[in-house]
Design a protein around this ligand. Structure first.
Ligand code: TNX
Length: 523
């Protein structure tokens, strides 16, 4: 009997060890060593050679928020320190490559580049206990790690529902904690224009408010008739961009065109084919009134908007949307028809292609590149465009074959607006996307040859917020699927193992508790 009890405690001990050391996404190489190191109030944080303050700050902020204390920074003592250095040791290191060593005496981290140091800190954070404590015992280990994909993205639609700056920053933290590096900020929609543009004040004065919102699932059971408003000032945007940069997250702003533009048309009705009147939409779906492609003043307007956007966002990329643009209004618009005739275009699809290519030329002249949803392939792809493949993988496959970079975002695998529970427990747009389906997603389609596959830049999950009107709901929809996606994007393909991932997730759920986020836990 005593043997059985002893065995039970030994098993429990190893089980808890295994849970404490669950790293997600799984590193390339992990060697668990004997012994442990304890971070306590006397541990010194050493910002060594080449290290930017951001990584040390992130670590200290995390310690303070979760465990209630910070480390003093200083010179390297004989022992009891966490050393961060940033120094290349291999030629052409991957973005984010790092080494982390924990011994009984210290933690030492080297990033091949600043991102590497930052991601090592994310791993270190995951070695900390997953319950609050101020005796932070971490296991000795040697880790070598780097990401599989360069583009590891998460999108947020703030058009359908608006989310305040504080939450946007937290969302960026979630991205960073998962070793992801792109935040696609969907800023304009039929239901609201959310970015201040100084030259066109009505975009936010008029376009950031709608007079009500449908109740329930589209087409709904009525309208709440509650005025709903929200936008970010340019100062707020600069603040968020800086916050993201300190986490090595690049923000890609999206200014939708030519469709999903009701809010802009309501503010400035001359942007539409009929001249209006229009309304900031109160229901979901696709709307027939879009930017007029026959009117040069539409392009002048969009170029002015781009000028201000380019000045706010340092990213090399501007997302121009391009999705779901009905051609109805162009078909009956004399100016659009004249444009088609003058340019010898075949139809309205080629007119959309003209629209995007004209904007691409302008954006390229500003030293930036465009990204668009896969509809930008229809009627001819703009020359330097990157494609986000959302209607399945076909668009991505096509674009990669044409030598264009691709971000895979297929609805069936990475649409986090789909339900996590069959016959949903909450209101969602529809669809069913359980955790294992995200986990087993492979961003490189099997039909691509090795050369074409190099054009798959990475993947991204999309969070469309028609049915997410509050912060807990957004969190519920992203967790735990974001953890699965992070491993798809970061870890080596052959290291992915669903059973092992599920075991590690037991610890990750405790981390979600530490972060005080709302999440779904599959049975
Ligand atoms: C399609 S994905 C859209 C969005 C909707 C979403 C709902 C894409 C490029 N466009 O406007 O919110 O479906 O899942």
């Amino acid at each position: 009997m005593r043997k059985v009890i002893l065995l039970f405690f030994v098993c429990m001990y190893y089980r808890s060890q295994a849970q404490e050391t669950a790293i997600i996404p799984k590193p390339v190489k992990t060697e668990w060593l004997k012994g442990s190191f304890t971070i306590d109030h006397n541990t010194v944080l050493v910002l060594g050679e080449g290290t930017e303050p951001a990584s040390g700050d992130f670590f200290n902020d995390y310690l303070e928020k979760i465990y209630g204390f910070r480390l003093a920074t200083g010179k390297k003592p004989g022992s009891n320190y966490v050393l961060l250095t940033t120094r290349p040791t291999v030629s052409k290191p991957q973005e984010g490559r790092y080494e982390l060593k924990v011994s009984a005496k210290s933690v030492s981290i080297n990033g091949e580049n600043p991102q590497g140091t930052f991601y090592a800190v994310q791993t270190l954070i995951q070695l900390l206990p997953s319950t609050p404590s101020d005796n932070l015992k971490i296991p000795a280990v040697a880790i070598e790690d780097y990401p599989r994909f360069e583009y590891r993205g998460l999108m947020l639609d703030v058009g359908r529902h608006f989310f305040p700056v504080d939450f946007v920053k937290r969302y960026i933290d979630y991205i960073a904690l998962h070793k992801m590096n792109y935040f696609h900020w969907h800023l304009t929609e039929d239901q609201g224009w959310r970015i201040e543009i100084k030259k066109y004040p009505l975009l936010t004065e008029v376009g950031s408010c709608r007079n009500g919102t449908i109740i329930g699932h589209h087409p709904g059971t009525g309208n709440d008739n509650i005025r709903y408003c929200g936008f970010y000032t340019q100062d707020e945007i600069r603040d968020v961009v800086k916050y993201a940069a300190d986490r090595y997250v690049t923000i890609i702003p999206e200014i939708e065109m030519p469709g999903h533009s009701s809010a802009a048309l309501t503010a400035y009705p001359w942007l539409g084919c009929t001249g209006g009147p229009y309304q900031v939409q109160q229901t979901w779906g696709v709307f027939k009134d879009v930017y007029c492609a026959g009117n040069d003043s539409t392009f002048a307007f969009l170029q002015d908007v781009i000028d201000e956007v380019v000045a706010l966002f340092p990213a090399k990329y501007i997302h121009v949307g391009g999705d779901e643009c009905p051609k109805d209004s162009w078909k009956t618009c004399p100016k659009c028809q004249k444009r088609i005739k003058d340019l010898g275009l075949k139809d309205e699809h080629e007119l959309q292609s003209y629209f995007i290519q004209r904007m691409e030329k302008y954006i390229n002249s500003k030293g930036k590149q465009i990204i668009g949803w896969d509809e930008i392939l229809e009627g001819g792809l703009a020359p330097n465009a990157t494609v986000m493949s959302w209607r399945g993988e076909e668009g991505g496959i096509d674009a990669a074959k044409q030598g264009h970079n691709v971000v895979m975002t297929p609805g069936a695998y990475v649409y986090f607006d789909h339900a996590q529970v069959k016959n949903g427990d909450t209101l969602t747009i529809g669809g069913f996307l359980p955790l294992d389906k995200v986990y087993n997603y492979e961003p490189v389609p099997a039909v691509l040859n090795a050369d074409q596959a190099t054009h798959v830049w990475g993947a991204q999950a999309n969070v469309w917020t028609e049915y997410m009107s509050n912060i807990p709901k957004v969190e519920y929809m992203i967790f735990p699927r974001l953890s699965a996606l992070s491993e798809v994007l970061w870890s080596q393909k052959n290291d992915r193992n669903w059973t092992d991932f599920q075991k590690r997730m037991e610890t990750q759920y405790k981390r979600y508790d530490l972060w005080k986020v709302n999440y779904y836990k599959p049975m």
